[in-house]
Structure formats: structure tokens, C-alpha cells
Design a protein around this ligand. Structure first.
Ligand code: HEC
Length: 129
């Protein structure tokens, strides 16, 4: 009986060690935008596409449309009709990479803050600002 308790204790400790060793890098997610902030496409949206090759690892000139590289992203998004001002949530540039949408583009999503920025930019008229 005693041996069994030892065994169970060791199993339990190994289990707890396994759980605790499974740490995540502390990625600091910036605070979501306030609805009254004016979102700038060149300052806040384009960097989401290209920082860390987030989207531009695939969506680059001549590879995968839309072309989300700096300087080309706005024209590409507009030419492909990826923005729907009348119904911002259905805009494909938002919808595909919205982390809440698990039915599409599952390999790459915006962070929640990035999604909020993109949606707010569309709600403000998707300007080339
Ligand atoms: C690993 C490669 C890869 C990455 C990274 C990637 N995508 Fe895509 N994306 C694709 C492929 C492949 C397609 C076409 C197939 C599809 O629509 O599922 C696509 C399609 C899209 C479409 C749809 C275009 C249309 O015609 O409807 C949008 C919008 C899009 N991606 C946005 C993004 C955004 C925003 C990011 C970054 C958050 C991103 N993608 C990152 C590969 C990628």
C-alpha cells in the first residue's frame, strides 16, 4: 500500500512539473484602440501586414494576392474589393484573418488588437491615410 502512494506521488509530481515547464513567451499585446482614435493606414495598418513578415511572407508582390507589401497594400486591397464600408465586419481583409473566425485562413490570424485596428480603420472609411 505504501509503495503505491510513493508511486502516485511521483507520478503527480512529474505531472505538475510537466505542466509548469510548459511556459509561453510573454508576448506583450498592445492595448486595443479606442473608438475615437483616428487610424492611419500607413502608420498602423501596413505595419501589421509586414512586421515580422506577418502577412507579407506569403502576400508579396507576384506571389499571393492581395499584395500586402508596403506601398502596394492599399491599391491591392481596393482593387480586390476586400473592404466593405457598408458592412465592415464582412470585409475580407478583416474577415479572413479575424482570430474569432475559425473557418478560414487558419494558418495566420491577426492578434485581437490588430483585428480591432483593422476593423476600426474600415469603420472610419478605409482611408489611404
Ligand atoms: C502562409 C502563407 C500566408 C500567410 C502568412 C498569410 N496568408 Fe492570406 N492567404 C494565403 C493563401 C494561400 C490565400 C488564398 C487561399 C484562401 O483564400 O484561403 C490567402 C488569402 C487571403 C485573403 C483572401 C483574398 C481573397 O481573394 O478573398 C486575404 C484577405 C488574406 N489572405 C489576408 C491575409 C492577412 C491579413 C494575413 C496576415 C495576418 C495573411 N493573409 C497571411 C496565404 C497566406
Amino acid at each position: 500500500m505504501k509503495k503505491q502512494y510513493y508511486f502516485l506521488t511521483i507520478v503527480f509530481l512529474l505531472f505538475m512539473y510537466g505542466l509548469s515547464s510548459c511556459t509561453y513567451d510573454n508576448v506583450v499585446e498592445p492595448a486595443p484602440p479606442s473608438p475615437t482614435d483616428t487610424i492611419s493606414f500607413s502608420q498602423q495598418i501596413e505595419p501589421i501586414f509586414n512586421t515580422g513578415n506577418n502577412c507579407t511572407s506569403c502576400h508579396t508582390t507576384g506571389v499571393q494576392a492581395p499584395d500586402l507589401t508596403t506601398g502596394n497594400a492599399y491599391t491591392s486591397i481596393m482593387n480586390m474589393n476586400l473592404v466593405n464600408i457598408a458592412s465592415p465586419e464582412t470585409s475580407l481583409i478583416y474577415w479572413h484573418a479575424d482570430p474569432a473566425n475559425t473557418s478560414s485562413h487558419t494558418w495566420k490570424k491577426y492578434t485581437p488588437t490588430q483585428a480591432a485596428l483593422v476593423l476600426l480603420w474600415i469603420q472610419q472609411g478605409a482611408k489611404d491615410n
